[in-house]
Design a binder for this molecule. Sequence first.
Ligand code: TXA
Ligand code: MG
Length: 329
Amino acid sequence: MNNIDAASHMPDNADTRLLPPDAAGLAEAARLLRSGALVAFPTETVYGLGGDARSDTAVARIFEAKRRPRFNPLIVHLPDLAAARAVAHFSPAAERLADAFWPGPLTLVLPLRPFARLSPLVTAGNDSVAVRVPEHPVAQALLRAFGGPLAAPSANPSGRVSPTRAAHVLAGLGGRVAAVLDGGACEVGLESSIVALDPPRLLRPGGLPAEAIEACLGAPLANPGDPAVPLAPGQMASHYAPSAQLRLNATSPQPGEIWIGFGPAATGADLVLSATGDLVDAAANLFHALREADALAGPDGRIAVSPIPEHGLGRAINDRLRRAAAPRN
Ligand code: TXA
Ligand code: MG
């Protein structure tokens, strides 16, 4: 993998392999994914940047590769409804939509199952999860060859348009992803529609028309902007915070604080994001550390966190920490 600190390190497309979607290519892609590497793959909507959704490190690498300044929750891709039921709780409305539109360009945001064993980075530490069963035969074949859930945002650098061909992925992420499975052009070309349920609301318009979703539900979809609509899980996700008070940029703890350390300077920290100062490791450990510190600190406790450099994944880590530390109301 590339070093995220190395803005000076020019990505080299030769580091990224273009794999054909045949048996050998799929087996190699699955092997790479099992090793924790990233593989971009076609879906009917856009190409996804896939990593093992159960691996903290693989998911941290997704954010690193995209240079995402925030830990937005990611969509978990599964081969079928039965596999999706293992990670999310399906209400009757959710079952109805899945029956009607899966496999296809629909993502459902549902309650996370307690023992889903997904990395907390996938859900941004929250209790809801976005699940989708893609229809593209290469995506289907990859999910079955890999045999687990794949976290996959669109395979473009953060803030750029989604890729609909393997060449687009190489242009944006060449050198930052182990391989791209070449499945040709994506049919839909627009990201999946994202629906949260109970009550039903459209979090993102996409490849499946809202009218089709409403017809299936027999009810109108609310938009997240509507004042009558409760906060969408994604929005709440971005406000996940420990119950303890957080103090940032702490070079040493004050009495009574649980100290989350980063780097070699943080000797004596109660919990360590990365002893060597590796930002991928730190991102992978972040949500675990916040939860553990919260448990150690107890009610009305206080947590101190070492300074994290404001570059590479450090920006996303700091964004999350600043929001966790913001005054509550
Ligand atoms: O068509 C697609 O959906 C493509 C292909 C690869 O499947 N994926 C995609 O992922 O567009 P991404 O990461 O670019 O967009 C996912 C959106 C983000 O806006 C994210 O905030 C939202 O889904 N999302 C993911 N998990 C969520 C959750 N638990 N609650 C609310 N929103 C969620
Ligand atoms: Mg995207």
